[in-house]
Write a new protein. Sequence first.
Length: 115
Amino acid sequence: MTHYNRVTPGPVGGQEPRRSEVEIGQALDAAHRMSATAGPDDGPLAELGATYAALGELLEAWQRREVTDPQEFESQCADLAERLQALGAAQLRHAEQRAAAWTAAAVMPRRAGVR
């Protein structure tokens, strides 16, 4: 895990958000959009987006110092990362199946002599 706020501290006076806060906020917004716009044909995309959002919310809570136990934080991050890996693999399989179905649908009419 990269901690940008250790290498990119906020400006003096603390008026602008740190780079990591902006990146987490943007990623969290994107994850919420992904979850909200996923349709029934998109496989586990909605759950993948919700899990990304949960991780983003956990990271924001850590930055705001709402989570104070480092071991609990690391445990929750590890659980979410493991879930993301499983959902990512499921999403990849789903995308491959959809691509195969689209290819089959495009090829089958040609084999039957239909153009």
